[in-house]
Design a protein around this ligand. Structure first.
Ligand SMILES: *Cc1c(COP(=O)(O)O)cnc(C)c1O
Length: 394
């Protein structure tokens, strides 16, 4: 054998005794076959076998299996982002002439996808009041093939009556997909409540460190997995094992991180509610949050994201108070170790449930910093916003 050949043939090494607690990162495009017959027969391997790196390696399969177990499903499909998870479900289920129903508080890029991508291709969408519950039955006509839920909702945090919506959809043979990113499977398991697709932005709490983008779709039906994988194959979409390796590392600490930040977020939400600068607090664990009763019935525990509606304040004052934050970072993609705050313009995203508050909505995501440092930062922000209100009264 010449050296040039040796440079591309890796010698086999003994793995006897190598027992590690970590998941190896298996990178591959090509999968090779032991003989010609197995190459000819490769199609029979299906999506549980290995045929091409795009469709999975042992690293991606490990993360899929772990999410499947947490959700109590039968298979999980990984995609490059949380947004991709939603889009791939819709592209897999919906054909021209069909219709999808989305809640008015949906993650805004999902509405944009329906409006800018699906609608021009003949797939209609309808927007419903997130608190509609069983009355969604009145919106389900023969064209509706998918009902989308997101509970609680992005930004405004309404908790949906998912079991009632699922019952109404099932009665008409309509599929239900759930964006479960806030809750993670540790707090809510959509498949156990009858949903067909449980989607997660793994970017958030599974990754946990603001350094990766991934999404997942877990199903309880092998036929749905087949449909999703065929869509991904057609689009040429797969995920990197390096991202999955980071997610596999992040998920190991997720239960502890969530237990901590859930407790801190509930505590802070109650304390913030006492501030005269605040109109109301939208935290699923507080009765002031629409759908709180469904949180109590179906979840009972919190993650770290909630919103506050401020009393109207001069924009310059708010901008100065936010810029003065020393511990919270200003940013949108939550779920990492750093606490975040993001001012949100809600009114523009509403079409069936108008948003009438004049005050700004701040979305807060609790991270892993010391509680006192975080509270001092928030306290200073609220105090800065209280001052002019007090002045106006005087
Ligand atoms: C962040 C988020 C997404 C999108 O996840 P990406 O990985 O950033 O695309 C979808 N839904 C919800 C509720 C989110 O918070």
């Amino acid at each position: 054998m010449h050296d040039a050949t040796r440079t591309v043939h890796h010698p086999a090494v003994d793995e006897e005794g190598y027992a590690s607690l970590t998941v190896p990162t298996h990178r591959a495009s090509t999968i090779v076959y032991p003989d010609a017959a197995s190459f000819f027969a490769r199609r029979h391997r299906g999506f549980d076998g290995y045929t091409y790196g795009l469709h999975g390696t042992p690293t991606t399969r490990t993360l899929e299996a772990q999410l499947t177990a947490l959700h109590g499903g039968v298979r999980t499909v990984l995609v490059p982002s949380g947004q991709a998870a939603v889009a791939i479900v819709m592209l897999s289920v919906l054909l021209p002439g069909d219709k999808v129903l989305i809640p008015d508080h949906v993650y805004p890029p999902v509405r944009s996808f329906c409006e800018e991508h699906l609608a021009p291709r003949g797939i209609a969408y309808g927007v419903y009041d997130p608190l509609i519950g069983a009355d969604i039955a009145g919106l389900i006509d023969d064209a509706v093939k998918l009902v989308w839920v997101e509970s609680p909702g992005s930004g405004t945090m309404e908790v949906q009556d998912v079991p009632a919506i699922v019952r109404a959809a099932k009665a008409r043979g309509v599929l239900v997909g759930c964006d479960n990113t806030w809750a993670t499977p540790l707090i809510f398991k959509p498949l156990a409540h009858g949903a067909d697709f449980a989607c997660e932005a793994l970017t958030k709490y599974v990754g946990g460190h603001s350094d990766l983008l991934l999404g997942s779709i877990t199903v309880a039906d092998l036929g749905l997995r087949q449909m999703l994988k065929e869509t991904l194959r057609g689009l040429g979409v797969g995920v990197s094992p390096d991202e999955c390796q980071l997610a596999l590392r992040g998920i190991e600490t997720m239960a502890l991180r969530l237990a901590h930040i859930g407790r801190v977020s509930e505590d802070f939400a109650r304390r913030i509610a006492r501030s005269p600068a605040v109109e109301r607090v939208l935290h699923p664990a507080l009765p002031s949050c629409p759908g709180h009763e469904f949180w109590r019935r179906d979840m009972g525990r919190s993650s770290g994201v909630f919103s506050i509606v401020l009393k109207p304040a001069p924009h310059a004052l708010l901008e100065a108070a936010l810029s003065a934050l020393a511990v919270f970072a200003i940013g949108a993609s939550w779920g990492g170790t750093r606490s975040l705050i993001a001012p949100m313009a809600i009114a523009d995203d509403r079409t069936v449930t108008p948003w009438t508050d004049d005050g700004m909505v701040l979305r807060i995501s609790i991270g892993l910093e010391a509680e006192d440092d975080l509270w001092n930062d928030l306290d200073a922000l609220l105090a800065a916003l209280e001052r002019p209100a007090a002045a106006r009264v005087a």
